[in-house]
Ligand binder design. Structure first.
Ligand code: MN3
Length: 194
């Protein structure tokens, strides 16, 4: 038994030009894979992906927590994007976004600002906090489930997520991700499971 690296839910070159095959070669094949390998080393291959959420909730911040949480964050992040993504959500999700942020345009602006102004490494999120939707961000490996929130959508804002394709231009990566890559079906499914 051991944690395993999930396959990407799309071909590595399917999101170009917004994110290149080279980005996935490094981000999925090397960075995410390293978190999986280190999590297995620190737990003596004792656990599987099915144990991940329970273990994250039980583990105090520290080296093991960082590897576990980064494995969860990246597994979630790959599902947040798809070829020909973006556009606008519909139905219950669209209603929840309008109710929380006023309009879809205001939501997009808030998400982009959150990601662009987050200092150093971390993650920008759309979460459900028990009463409604909220845009937030976390540092390093930290994630919403540690704060009693349900993750609906994330954007990785560690430099390794965008540096190959965008160099230091994090706002351009965020714009491309939000406008062209978000898998709104996955986000809507997450909201239904809140
Ligand atoms: Mn990453």
């Amino acid at each position: 038994m051991a944690f395993t690296l999930p396959n990407l839910p799309f071909a590595p070159d399917a999101l170009a030009p917004h994110l290149s095959a080279e980005t996935f070669e490094y981000h999925h094949g090397k960075h995410h894979n390293a978190y999986v390998t280190k999590a297995n080393e620190l737990t003596s291959n004792e656990f599987t992906n099915d144990d991940l959420e329970k273990l994250i909730l039980e583990t105090e911040p520290g080296p093991l927590f960082n590897q576990l949480a980064q494995h969860w964050n990246h597994s979630f992040y790959w599902q947040c994007m798809k070829p020909n993504g973006g556009g606008e959500p519909t139905g219950e999700l669209a209603d929840a976004i309008n109710s929380a942020f006023g309009s879809f345009a205001d939501f997009k602006e808030q998400l982009k600002q959150e990601g662009a102004t987050h200092f150093a490494s971390g993650w920008a999120w759309l979460v459900h906090d028990g009463s409604g939707l909220k845009v937030t961000s976390t540092h390093d490996a930290d994630l919403p489930m540690k704060h009693g929130q349900k993750a609906l959508l994330t954007i990785d804002v560690w430099e390794h997520a965008y540096y190959i394709d965008y160099r230091n231009a994090r706002p351009d990566y965020l714009t491309a991700f939000i406008d062209n890559l978000i898998n709104w079906d996955f986000v809507a499914e997450n909201l239904r499971n809140v």
